[in-house]
Design a protein around this ligand. Structure first.
Ligand code: NAD
Ligand code: DAO
Ligand code: ZN
Ligand code: ZN
Length: 369
């Protein structure tokens, strides 16, 4: 069949909106009509060429929502008409990782997904007879995509696609980092580095669990008003701090953060986040994805004296189990997604969505098909 897609032809070039060919679902696969997709910083990172796993030409996008159109042989848990959210972290419920409660990193299709291919080692997308690669197993910058069944969360049918698509990455990553990874306790003092599409969801998660101080750190002063609405209690602009930022944050929090979160992808702010954590027990969670080849550093004494450095992917969430619950939270008014979706646009304007992100003018742009 034909699909309309934004193709990443090569690193550093704008996406090209073209008609592509899409093969139907094979065994264990599902054809999904994508109704909406968010544009995440990680798509921009891959398009920039900074992602070591980036493969071109490809169909990017990993934050979608849509409807099942057709199922391949052996698919048992989904049927045409079901509403779904694609999962870049699948949940097979059978692999060694899925059976270990300490991780959400299902490895069932990891190697082929990393190569931009379906589990059988081939691609469903092509353009003029030439293979196009899948991206993060999702490729939601296409109005139709093919996904493995284990990488689709079935959701309720009354949830609006143009809002709940954000649960496919940003919402779950931010809130999940607080709830699943850090397990922030009520009354904790929290510091959040970066108040963008991820950091604002960390702020929202910290408020949900009853954190005491929620300190937001961002160079963009425009982020203060929105973050305050989401639960931030104190805003720190590093450009306005006299002296050392870490010392300032330690003093502000009365000894350091119980939990800090890095939501930027900058190895310098990762170090600051670790070092502003409380001596003896502070935990720092890395969410941001740093550029290829970059390394983090600190003095080991920071860890010897009780701080922990950790990381999280997709907020530690098990997608098929947790994503439908987060959709319910949204539908029940427990979390706010609407105010974070600052722009919606047709696929033809997707490059403008990337521009808005780079200019710091959007939190989330959503493409509606
Ligand atoms: P974003 O661009 O929306 O937000 C980043 C924020 O950081 C912006 O508000 C910006 O002003 C601020 N900032 C930049 N440099 C700063 C500095 N030096 N000090 C203080 N603030 C600074 O990005 P996003 O969509 O929120 O994504 C954040 C990071 O999370 C990215 O690296 C992305 O790739 C990553 N990510 C990780 C996961 C995961 O599962 N671990 C999932 C999604 C995204
Ligand atoms: O299992 O080895 C693995 C890799 C899992 C990839 C998880 C990616 C999470 C961070 C990337 C940002 C997502 C938008
Ligand atoms: Zn993302
Ligand atoms: Zn698994």
């Amino acid at each position: 069949m034909k699909a309309r897609a934004a193709v990443a032809v090569e690193a550093g070039k704008p996406l090209e909106i073209v008609e592509v060919d899409l093969e139907g679902p094979k065994a264990g696969e599902v054809l999904v009509e994508v109704k909406a997709t968010g544009i995440c910083h990680t798509d921009a990172f891959t398009l920039s060429g900074g992602d070591p796993e980036g493969i071109f030409p490809s169909v990017l996008g990993h934050e979608g929502a849509g409807v099942v159109v057709e199922i391949g042989p052996g698919v048992k848990g989904l049927k045409p008409g079901d509403h779904v959210i694609p999962l870049y972290t699948p949940e097979c419920r059978e692999c060694e990782y899925c059976l270990n409660p300490k991780t959400n990193l299902c490895q069932a299709i990891r190697s082929t997904q990393g190569q931009g291919l379906m589990p059988d080692g081939t691609s469903r997308f092509s353009l003029n007879g030439k293979k196009l690669f899948h991206y993060m197993g999702c490729s939601t910058f296409s109005n139709y995509t093919v996904m493995p069944e284990i990488a689709l969360a079935k959701i309720r049918s009354d949830a609006p696609f143009d809002k709940v698509c954000y649960i496919g990455c940003g919402v779950t990553t931010g809130i999940g980092a607080v709830i699943n990874t850090a397990k922030v306790e009520p009354g904790s003092n929290v510091v959040v580095f970066g108040l963008g599409g991820i950091g604002l969801n960390v702020v929202q998660g910290a408020r949900m669990v009853g954190a005491n101080m929620i300190v937001g750190v961002d160079l963009n002063p425009a982020r203060k008003e929105l973050a305050t609405r989401f639960g931030m209690t104190h805003f720190v602009n590093p450009k306005e701090v006299q002296g050392d930022l870490v010392a300032h944050l330690v003093e502000l929090t009365g000894g350091g953060a119980d939990y800090s979160f890095e939501c930027i992808g900058n190895v310098n702010t990762m170090r600051q986040a670790l070092e502003c954590a409380h001596k003896g027990w502070g935990e720092s969670i890395i969410i941001g994805v740093a550029g290829a080849g970059q390394e983090i550093s600190t003095r080991p004494f920071q860890l010897v004296t009780g701080r922990s450095w950790r990381g999280t992917a997709f907020g530690g969430a098990r997608g098929r189990t947790d994503v439908p619950k987060i959709v319910d939270w949204y539908m029940d008014g427990k979390i706010n997604i609407d105010d974070l979706i600052t722009h919606t646009m047709p696929l033809e304007q997707i490059n403008h969505g990337f521009d808005l992100m780079h200019e710091g003018k959007s939190i989330r742009s959503v493409v509606v098909y």
